[in-house]
Design a protein around this ligand. Structure first.
Ligand SMILES: Nc1ncnc2c1ncn2[C@@H]1O[C@H](COP(=O)(O)OP(=O)(O)OP(=O)(O)O)[C@@H](O)[C@H]1O
Ligand SMILES: [Mg+2]
Length: 364
């Protein structure tokens, strides 16, 4: 039985539509990550599942039970706030006990629970420490312990790692993953960090303007973006506008605005003479032996890869990410001319957005 089901859930705040007829089904034990621009409705979605906000219309089911309108405490779910905070004047264990007694636990049960959850988040020796004595990562784990102590099987985490630096994020990310697995929790985790989402999630949910744009296994969202927005928001892509010049079975030729052409695969939704937008991942473009010619304008080193910016006639810009292992300094001289190619199966074709490509992407 799926753990969480949302049916046509909508929520407005005044004139703002925060959620617009959301349908969603999360399986028991599944780890979902929600990505989306600011204001897209991520927090509202979590709060509606938690019971902290009621939808205007639609229904929420948890464990097969319709919970719309029922109090948050009865939902077996716990919401961890975007700006989670431990009480500074209470120790780690007092912080956890506070949350439990507020939920009606006896003092004795609460104490037992404290040592259990501190063990899980590996903070047992810090039970009597005050939050200020803990590192950011440990504070975050303590806050997580406070949530776990409620015994809820459904964990709703709103940017739980947002306040941590990059190294700690990685550490706590691994802990989260381990704990979710060990306790067989169903987790919905909102994040702004796409690498976090791609690495943690069984299911990635991409939101925009109160709607779910795409949801599925992260590799599916990454390799098969269903929209320009999806290709833009997850991973790094370039977008090439053009006109379909030939259609031969699934093979189509797209003539770009500068007169150059690329090959692509399409379903039968494109006809000759139609306008189209090709989205291509920057790491899928190959340097050497292709139909596009451009001069190298910029080289930037970004960790494990180099970002190359090529300029093509008529102001067309192509960005290529190549692994550092394939980057040969002498070969990539600024100003030199290069052939670029794009494997046809790596080209994702979309209909031109009504508000234009720039409008579609800039609106994010
Ligand atoms: N209590 C509220 N009163 C009025 N408007 C609200 C309220 N809560 C949310 N909104 C509005 O609803 C929309 C969705 O908000 P929400 O907080 O769910 O977005 P979000 O995706 O979590 O954004 P962020 O990434 O910035 O946290 C926004 O336009 C927001 O301003
Ligand atoms: Mg939010």
């Amino acid at each position: 039985m799926p753990k969480v089901v949302l049916e046509k859930v909508s929520k407005k705040f005044g004139r703002i539509t925060a959620l617009n007829e959301i349908n969603l089904m999360l399986e028991d034990g599944e780890y979902s990550c929600i990505l989306g621009p600011t204001g897209s409705g991520k927090t509202t979605l979590l709060k509606i599942i938690a019971g902290l906000v009621e939808p205007d219309s639609g229904d929420v089911y948890i464990d097969g039970r319709r919970v719309t309108g029922t109090p948050a405490e009865t939902r077996n779910a716990v919401y961890m706030h975007q700006n989670y905070a431990l009480f500074p004047h209470l120790t780690v264990s007092q912080n956890i006990i506070f949350g439990l007694t507020a939920r009606g636990f006896s003092e004795e049960d609460a104490r037992r629970k404290v040592s259990e959850v501190l063990e899980i988040v590996r903070l047992r020796e810090w039970a009597d420490a005050y939050p200020r004595e803990l590192s950011g990562g440990m504070q975050q784990r303590a806050a997580l312990a406070r949530c776990l102590a409620t015994g809820a099987r459904l964990l709703l985490l709103d940017e739980p790692l947002g306040a941590l630096d990059a190294r700690l994020r990685l550490e706590v990310r691994r802990e989260l993953s381990r704990i979710a697995e060990e306790l067989n929790l169903t987790v919905v985790h909102v994040t702004h960090d796409q690498s976090e989402a791609l690495s943690l999630a069984d299911r990635l949910i991409l939101m925009r303007n109160g709607k779910i744009v795409q949801a599925g296994p992260p590799e599916e969202v990454y390799f098969k973006p269903n929209s320009i927005f999806s290709a833009y928001f997850v991973g790094e892509s370039i977008f090439l506008e053009g006109i379909i010049r030939s259609v031969n079975g699934r093979n189509v030729t797209l003539e770009l605005k500068n007169g150059m052409a690329i090959e692509a695969l399409s379903d039968d939704s494109f006809n000759m003479g139609e306008l189209a937008v090709a989205a291509v991942r920057c790491e899928d473009i190959e340097v050497g032996g292709g139909p596009l010619t451009g001069s190298l304008k910029e080289v930037n080193f970004l960790g494990s890869f180099a970002k190359l910016v090529f300029e093509l006639p008529r102001g067309l810009k192509i960005i290529v990410n190549i692994p550092l292992s394939r980057f040969i300094k002498e070969e990539f001289r600024i100003g030199a001319s290069f052939q670029l190619s794009i494997p046809r199966e790596k080209v994702h074709l979309f209909k031109p957005p009504s508000k234009g490509l720039a409008g579609e992407i800039e609106a994010v």
